[in-house]
Design a protein. Structure first.
Length: 225
């Protein structure tokens, strides 16, 4: 099993924060890319993030990528902000605060607390591929490709391997890269299951190519040999 560096371990959590900022209810490749750049932009970094440095050298800094993602959202390529569960229920005339108050009045505070603790601490989730607090994961292939790259080189998995995974994943259009499970999950989340990969669009918007950027990352990794 490939060990993960502290730098790489924090990237999905920073990506989830970016997803929450965009009001997206899933963790996708675009959020992982933002997480990579956010980790490298941290004023108290967890180390030298070579992936973030390389991206910035090629014109892909955090603010630029955030702006381009906003443009893709406006163009309908990426989903618009998605309502929270509370907002969805409110649209059906269900007020969570009222429901919360009735439950506490009916069953008592202790029963309410015990039930809430059981849900919070349970070890399994109903949503598949959701290791981060129940957030559906639609970048599973990226993580697998990153782990394979690290294993081949006998490295701990770092941000630079995550970047390799993102770029390799983006080389295939969605209709050929997705398996049946991923296609079903994307359908449930209202995500596209065909067309160009969002990372490909983000890279090409800066006049770059996936192959050129991937080559630069691999050259960086080859320096470790």
């Amino acid at each position: 099993m490939v060990q993960t560096t502290e730098q790489a371990g924090v990237v999905p959590h920073l990506g989830r924060m970016e997803a929450e900022r965009l009001q997206h209810r899933y963790l996708g490749p675009e959020h992982l890319l933002l997480g990579l750049l956010s980790e490298g932009d941290d004023p108290i970094p967890h180390g030298d993030n070579r992936a973030a440095h390389l991206l910035r050298r090629h014109g892909l800094d955090l603010a630029t990528v955030q702006a381009e993602i906003d443009r893709l959202i406006a163009a309908g390529v990426l989903p618009s902000p998605q309502p929270s569960d509370a907002e969805l229920l409110a649209s059906l005339g269900i007020d969570l605060d009222t429901v919360d108050r009735h439950i506490k009045d009916s069953f008592g505070w202790k029963a309410y607390y015990d039930a809430a603790q059981w849900v919070r601490l349970r070890s399994t989730h109903a949503v598949p591929h959701a290791p981060l607090g129940g957030t559906p994961l639609v970048c599973w292939r990226v993580l697998r490709l990153a782990a394979e790259e690290a294993a081949i080189r006998d490295h701990q998995l770092g941000p630079e391997h995550l970047l390799v995974g993102l770029l390799r994943d983006a080389q295939e259009p969605l209709e050929t890269a997705l398996d049946t499970h991923d296609r079903r999950l994307r359908g449930l989340l209202g995500l596209r299951d065909r067309g160009p990969h969002p990372i490909k669009l983000l890279v090409e918007a800066r006049g770059l190519t996936l192959e050129g950027l991937l080559g630069a990352v691999l050259d960086e990794l080859d320096q470790d040999r």
